[in-house]
Design a binder for this molecule. Sequence first.
Ligand SMILES: NC(=O)c1ccc[n+]([C@@H]2O[C@H](COP(=O)([O-])OP(=O)(O)OC[C@H]3O[C@@H](n4cnc5c(N)ncnc54)[C@H](O)[C@@H]3O)[C@@H](O)[C@H]2O)c1
Length: 358
Amino acid sequence: MTVQLGIIGGGGIAMLHAKAAAKVGIRLAGVCDVHEERAQALAAKYPGAQATTSLDELLAMPELGAVVVATPNVFHKDMAIAALRAGKDVLLEKPMAMNVAQCDEIIQTMRLTGRLVQLGFVCRCAPASQAARDLVAAGSLGRIYHARATLCRRRGIPGLGKWFTTKSQSGGGVLMDLGVHLIDLVLHITGFPKATRAGAVCTSTFGSPIDRYTYTEMWSDPPNRHGVFDVEDAAMAFIRFDTGLTMELNVTWAANVPEGVQSDGIVLLGEQGGCYFDLWRNELIITTEHDGELVDERPPLPQCDPWEAAWQRQYELFSHALTHRSVPHASAQNGRSVQALIDVLYRSAEQGHELEIA
Ligand SMILES: NC(=O)c1ccc[n+]([C@@H]2O[C@H](COP(=O)([O-])OP(=O)(O)OC[C@H]3O[C@@H](n4cnc5c(N)ncnc54)[C@H](O)[C@@H]3O)[C@@H](O)[C@H]2O)c1
């Protein structure tokens, strides 16, 4: 039977959800946004979809089997719980919630209601990520002992002066926004080892004063130069895991780094080989030894737009979980593990030293 979907929050990312859902045969039946015109604009693109400003009205639609929560982070917990209680399965955008205690509330409700929660960890679904994961799972690189994950924007602060840069609504800055994707990706590929120690440095350089920031382009609305900016725009972290794996994380929304010198992507170092991959350039390079020589190989990846392919894959996996009533590939438990680590990283940044994780 065709799944009927509702979307809560008709902003930037909602469009991608609607498009990807349609590609896998999920029908958009309703959109809720506090801004009526946004709900209407999105619903108008999908015949028969209803627009509303009332969450209760959306969740009362009996035909809806699942909802996407794509609102500012501060609403994730309450909206996911309301949807689960209304008997809907949930595709919950990242980060899962504002902190790990909120994640636990969502998981508790998920268990009580027997509904499903999938996290919006779309980076896992990029062709390069999947190929890297297959490589590691096949043991081709041997034990992975180090991961380096980098995503450095020169000027890419989302929604400057609005909810993304307001801690009470976002829970944090670039660590909550981009950091969660990269941490999830490395954990997903390495089998979710347990973190034992972690330390981070978070800096906020470009928001104070907001006027000084050189706005170039960003997919969100134009900046609010009179708004709030009380989150970090750069974060560096070092994490140790119980398997011996270590991870370096380097994420920026803004940085004075010369163009072209920053190599974004993930490096995985294994005892028998290593690899580098870039999700959105659709690139994977594998380093191994052959007859005493170091060899770099570039295995072909599917020729596609990796962003579109990742979104479609995310929805294929969601659809599979809904149909088979199976634990989604990006589970609530995964979302919780990532959030627990993010919470420790923020505490470590505040205290100025590495922290032990019980
Ligand atoms: N997976 C990804 O790669 C990715 C990318 C961007 C954003 N996101 C996540 O998606 C979520 C939304 O981000 P966005 O970029 O679309 O933000 P956005 O600001 O563009 O959109 C959010 C929408 O939610 C609406 N909204 C706010 N409060 C609401 C409420 N109480 N009820 C209903 N609607 C409400 C707003 O009016 C707005 O239209 C965030 O959690 C963000 O972290 C994920």
